[in-house]
Design a protein around this ligand. Structure first.
Ligand SMILES: [Fe+2]
Length: 341
């Protein structure tokens, strides 16, 4: 052995030993915002000694994992919607997770049968209804949004937004494509204006009298009703009643924030430990409360505000994978009926 080679192998040996002695770590690519995750990840590190490194981004993370291929440092992908999780699976970027802890903590309809995505918090896509112009019980289902009596009275963001693609996907999953198309045409005919803005902007439009019904995620109620930075949002929230659709049938359409293990995760065991940690009671409570979402884990306390405004509703228990599988068809329907035009 040459001196150089000997030095090199000694260096490799010591760096291997060095890393074994160092703390374990897990690398996360997250679409979820930092403020939601930070306290949870700190608690995880305190409990396990495993360090968590996070890359936060609002877009481009799937492309990044794809581009990095086998060399990706990413172990886990965290998303705010089933959409990107489903896309990651379709793009073959994901490895299955098999865990008894997760199976015990996360209801089957909020995780993939093959373990390729796991729901961590849930939210309902609800109807915000004007307290002044819509009587209680006047609208009780998504299907009724297509009733001509609501002509010129409905506001929503783009039909192509990921939240609406999942909702339309659920309509296709339950009713078939032809019926879902008729429904979407009917909803379009009832719109008060061209789809625009985010979910909160629709509730603002109710407050301003632009429309009487709006589609929006449930957690935005909490974010508006407690908004000290922009107190006018409290008035938006107060202008609407919360309608959880389809209580007499399949239940309200639900979506999740969730996690997937990357196919080439360098630290798969630590990554699964982190997902397991996030499904346990304490983390579930913290994670859900931070964004006015629902814990996916049954028998986990809700925040007071959610308990008061939202407890006791029935959520649709169709496996979200079946809904996500219809998202591409949903996008086609949005184009076909010219929903956003
Ligand atoms: Fe959102």
């Amino acid at each position: 052995m040459t001196i150089r080679k000997a030095l090199l192998s000694a260096a490799i040996l010591s760096s291997t030993l060095g890393s074994a002695a160092q703390a374990e770590e897990v690398n996360v690519y997250s679409f979820r915002q930092e403020f939601l995750l930070k306290p949870l990840l700190e608690a995880f590190t305190a409990e396990t000694g495993i360090k968590v490194n996070v890359v936060f981004a609002s877009k481009g993370l799937l492309e990044r994992i794809e581009h990095e291929g086998r060399n990706t440092p990413a172990d886990l992908l965290l998303t705010a919607d089933i959409g990107p999780l489903h896309d990651a699976v379709e793009r073959d970027l994901v490895a299955p997770i098999s865990s008894e802890v997760i199976d015990r903590n996360v209801p089957a309809h909020f995780r993939a049968e093959d373990g390729k995505w796991i729901g961590l918090t849930s939210r309902a896509r609800i109807i915000y209804a004007s307290t002044e112009r819509v009587k209680e019980g006047e609208i009780t289902s998504y299907e009724e949004l297509a009733d001509p009596k609501w002509k010129g009275r409905i506001c929503t963001r783009s039909g192509k937004h990921t939240y609406n693609l999942s909702l339309i996907g659920s309509m296709i999953a339950h009713h078939g494509e032809a019926e879902a198309e008729k429904w979407l045409e009917g909803v379009k005919a009832n719109l008060a204006r061209k789809p625009q803005g985010n979910d909160r902007a629709q509730v603002k439009a109710i407050k301003e009298g632009v429309c009487d019904l709006a589609l929006g995620n449930s957690y935005y109620y909490g974010k508006m009703a407690t908004n000290e930075k922009e107190p006018e949002q409290k008035e938006w929230a107060a202008s609407a009643n919360l309608v959880f659709p389809n209580q007499d049938s399949r239940g309200t359409h639900m979506n999740i924030s969730g996690a997937a293990l990357t196919k080439y995760a360098p630290h798969p065991e630590a990554a699964v430990k982190l997902v397991e940690f996030l499904t346990e009671k304490k983390a579930q409570q913290l994670y859900a409360e931070a964004n006015f979402e629902f814990p996916v884990r049954p028998n986990t306390p809700w925040s007071d505000l959610l308990e008061e405004k939202m407890s006791g509703f029935k959520g649709d228990e169709i496996n979200l994978g079946k809904v996500a599988a219809q998202r591409a068809n949903a996008a086609k329907l949005v184009d076909k009926v010219g929903f956003d035009n």
